[in-house]
Design a protein around this ligand. Structure first.
Ligand code: ZN
Length: 281
């Protein structure tokens, strides 16, 4: 530990500045989305088995609902552009723009050089939760995903049903590619329903039992044609441990809803980012 300078208190007392004031981001037309959702028709559903993952597709303008069924369960969500799977969800930039956890009206942004909204959250039955006394909240973009490499480092295990492996198998099966090729496309997730934060004393990532109950759901609007990949985490409600078969786990339900013709005429799918890409050369 180094010695504090004489003006340490004054340096610490400086008020923070928001890194990315987000008032100038394009505002999602939530009223338009909600009006379209009222007459939308369910077209597909996928049941994601416990400790496993499944892919689903949603054309631009469709709605995707992820629901808790049977028991409290968190999910690790990957999103790709359906036409170019290398364009994928960018949890780090989403965190920088919206904060550590996302809810209704906030967006899931895609990777460079595209960096555009992939999805906009339109309904969140856990929005009441807010931020608890531990600094915990739900639907985080801080936790990457549980994976067998970290488990191996920390506990010398060979566990094959971490979300990272579940997402890898699921994507390989969906695309018809090797596990290796699929693994390079798996990326940091939206932790759906997971309740997490950072401890104030050590700054460590923590999880606690999710407040999700059967019937709760997170719903989002597909801004572009999407390939989704959702893992029902082996952590179950994440009240105790993950990266093992110890926790009680439950499936998650994904439902797709198509808008009625004409209800989205005032909307268009966002174009890729308009930065010219020259990087000063
Ligand atoms: Zn997991």
């Amino acid at each position: 530990m180094t010695n504090a300078p004489t003006d340490a208190a004054a340096r610490r007392a400086i008020a923070p500045v928001i890194c990315y004031p987000n008032e100038t981001l394009p505002k999602p037309p939530l009223d338009l989305y909600r009006a379209a959702r009222e007459t939308a028709i369910k077209t597909d559903e996928v049941l994601v088995p416990a400790r496993d993952a499944r892919c689903f597709t949603a054309p631009a303008g469709h709605f995707v609902r992820i629901s808790s069924v049977e028991g409290p369960q968190v999910g690790d969500l990957n999103l790709h552009s359906l036409s170019d799977v290398t364009e994928r969800f960018y949890s780090g930039k989403t965190r920088a723009l919206h904060g550590t956890h996302i809810t209704t009206g906030e967006r899931m942004w895609s990777s460079f050089p595209h960096m555009r909204p992939m999805a906009t959250i339109t309904e969140d039955t856990l929005s009441w939760y807010g931020i608890d006394e531990f600094g915990g909240s739900v639907h985080d973009v801080i936790g990457t995903r549980c994976d067998p490499y970290t488990g191996n480092l920390l506990a010398d295990t060979q566990y094959h049903h971490c979300c990272h492996s579940n997402l890898t198998r699921s994507l390989a099966d969906h695309l018809g590619v090797s596990l290796h090729e699929a693994e390079t496309l798996v990326h940091d997730v939206l932790n759906v329903f997971m309740c997490t934060g950072f401890t104030r004393d050590t700054g460590q990532y923590f999880m606690k039992a999710s407040p999700v109950r059967p019937g709760d759901y997170l719903e989002f609007f597909a801004e572009i044609d999407l390939l989704g990949n959702l893992s029902a985490c082996p952590g179950g409600d994440c009240s105790s441990e993950h990266s093992s078969d110890t926790a009680a786990c439950h499936p998650l339900l994904v439902e797709i809803f198509a808008p009625e013709d004409g209800t989205l005429d005032a909307w268009c799918s966002p174009a890729a980012n308009q930065y010219d890409g020259s990087h000063g050369r």
